[in-house]
Design a protein around this ligand. Structure first.
Ligand SMILES: NC(=O)c1ccc[n+]([C@@H]2O[C@H](COP(=O)([O-])OP(=O)(O)OC[C@H]3O[C@@H](n4cnc5c(N)ncnc54)[C@H](OP(=O)(O)O)[C@@H]3O)[C@@H](O)[C@H]2O)c1
Length: 332
């Protein structure tokens, strides 16, 4: 187990759009209620980290610590924690800053990392799982049946279209849809077909094809259709998804296009409900799914550096765009 004599440090965003991050001391979090504190060993980047630092969106209070996706070893437990013990290796979703050595995490969005998975692998999942779970299982989005562990999955007999399956959110969504018993049709760049097959995609389409809408409608027109999960919402994605859903869906429910939360959307109320859905996935499904290999840590991590000093490079790298990769910094 790690020693706590080490001083906490963070990569601070000192003011709006300032760069580089400043690596400096940070308060040592005290675990309260159902929170756990970990010695962080790997952090993954998300587009929102680039958006806040470089585009200056979403966040107004500085200095602050960005970062959501972490993996490490538990060094302190809040008094109400029931799911974990000191020394457990976990991955989880941080609300108040993952780019630090000792983040705290609510136990309901944390999960044991099986010994066959590294911290770098584990940290690719948390925020993408939460985001995809809300899109797919929230009753105001697709409202589909929840994922089940191996051996309990019941085939639903219908197909869902996942647009952008090689993205981080898309890869998590596809795997949860398969675990929920749906067939999955998916789009990604043609070079990522093998990646999509590996995570369980049944019908693959290259989103750059001129006639992508017709290809998908023709291939799926004789199948029961359960809706569209749009993991990417840029450019002409939503009009295409809506067109497909209106041609393939037989009723209002199957014509739904669920997308990732647009950054401008006020998210207080939906996320409060959404969090409950993420809890179900984290607590009831993910631990066994990771252990049995039903949920793979995809996209694979690309480790771009070691230590908090590498966070700036990592955020710049996600901002430049990735393809079926999760950008990770290890914190030895
Ligand atoms: N990451 C999160 O947890 C999170 C949370 C909330 C919201 N979001 C939002 O959700 C979206 C996805 O985030 P992410 O982190 O999953 O993204 P990402 O991993 O950075 O997405 C990269 C992927 O997007 C694919 N892509 C680009 N244009 C596409 C198109 N027109 N159609 C289909 N695929 C396309 C690329 O596919 P190819 O390389 O195969 O061409 C690439 O693999 C972003 O808008 C983000 O702001 C993400």
């Amino acid at each position: 187990m790690s020693t706590t004599t080490e001083t906490n440090q963070a990569a601070w965003l000192m003011s709006k759009q300032e760069r580089p991050f400043k690596v400096d001391k940070a308060p040592q979090p005290a675990p309260e209620g159902r929170s756990i504190v970990i010695r962080n060993h790997a952090v993954a980047m998300n587009p929102v980290d680039f958006g806040i630092q470089t585009l200056g969106i979403l966040w107004t209070t500085f200095p602050c610590i960005l970062g959501s996706d972490v993996a490490g070893e538990i060094i302190a437990l809040g008094p109400e924690v029931t799911r974990f013990k000191l020394g457990d290796r976990i991955t989880g979703c941080v609300e108040d800053g993952g780019f630090q050595l000792y983040p705290s995490i609510h136990e309901s969005v944390a999960c044991i990392l099986p010994s066959h998975l590294s911290y770098a692998q584990g940290c690719v999942l948390p925020l993408a799982i939460c985001t995809a779970a809300v899109s797919i299982f929230h009753p105001r989005n697709l409202g589909l049946a929840p994922p089940k562990v191996v051996g309990e999955v019941e085939r639903k007999g219908s197909v869902v279209l996942a647009w952008g399956a090689s993205s981080s959110v898309g890869a998590c969504g596809v795997q949860m849809l398969k675990a929920a018993g749906y067939e999955v049709a998916a789009t990604a760049g043609g070079h990522n077909e093998a990646f999509c097959r590996e995570i369980g995609v049944d019908y693959f389409f290259d989103y750059r094809s001129e006639d992508i809408v017709d290809q998908i409608v023709t291939a799926l027109k004789d199948k029961p259709f359960a809706g569209v999960f749009a993991a990417i919402f840029m450019g002409d994605v939503l009009p295409k998804c809506t067109d497909i859903a209106s041609q393939l869906g037989k009723d209002a429910a199957s014509r739904v296009v669920a997308t990732v939360l647009p950054e401008s959307m006020p998210y207080k109320e939906p996320v409060q409900e959404g969090v409950r859905i993420a809890y179900y996935v984290w607590v009831n499904w993910l631990p066994a799914a990771l252990e049995k290999g039903q949920m793979k840590c995809k996209p694979d991590p690309e480790v771009v550096g070691q230590g908090l000093e590498s966070i700036q490079l990592a955020v710049d790298t996600i901002g430049a765009g990735v393809s079926a990769k999760k950008i990770v910094v290890e914190l030895p």
